[in-house]
Design a protein around this ligand. Structure first.
Ligand code: ZN
Length: 186
């Protein structure tokens, strides 16, 4: 019901793991609406609760094109239950205004979650689609993981971050992703 302030890279809350939602209460439904309002206000394709300072396992995405009707998808307590393939693609984040860098992602994911009414659903996103990557990006936020932790080139990413006056990559947060790297070599 409101556009919230989006926390920027460097703020501690973005690194904190989020709690499971025990009940899709009115409070959680208001959180969902705030996430949607804020995502649309910032022209984002996804937004996770910790980005507006709420450490609950909730995120929203909308990968519809500008000339298509809105298609918000709400994920509560999401779990990625299958992942395969690998892709490198450029990503950004509303918590890192204007900074984009190449990151490693799985090409295909299957996720299960509750929708905004508390109903369980399973969704598959394939072929390194925007949806597949957005699900991985937003799901990471719930564990305090940021897209730059998946970056292909740390030094290049540091240069990009510096250009936008953002703190450098945190070396201890960089992820080792042997499964994805092996796939990328093929
Ligand atoms: Zn993000």
């Amino acid at each position: 019901m409101a556009v919230k302030k989006v926390l920027q890279y460097g703020e501690k809350t973005l690194r904190e793991p989020s709690k499971e939602v025990h009940k899709v209460s009115r409070k959680i439904q208001e959180l969902v609406q705030d996430l949607l309002d804020t995502m649309y206000a910032k022209n984002g394709v996804g937004l996770a609760a910790p980005q507006i300072g709420v450490n609950y396992r909730v995120f929203v995405v909308d990968v519809s094109a500008n000339d298509e009707p809105l298609n918000p998808i709400v994920f509560i307590n999401p779990k990625i239950i299958k992942k395969s393939g690998a892709i490198v693609a450029q990503e950004g984040c509303i918590s890192f205004p204007e900074a984009y860098t190449d990151v490693k992602r799985y090409k295909n994911v299957m996720v299960k979650a509750l929708d905004r009414n508390g109903k369980l659903f399973v969704m598959e996103a394939k072929d390194g689609s925007l949806l597949a990557r957005a699900i991985q990006h937003e799901n990471d936020h719930l564990d305090g993981i940021l897209f730059i932790d998946h970056c292909v080139n740390r030094f290049e990413t540091d240069n990009i971050l510096a250009k936008y006056n953002l703190p450098p990559v945190e070396a201890d947060k960089l992820l080792s992703e042997p499964e994805i790297e092996k796939e990328l070599e093929n």
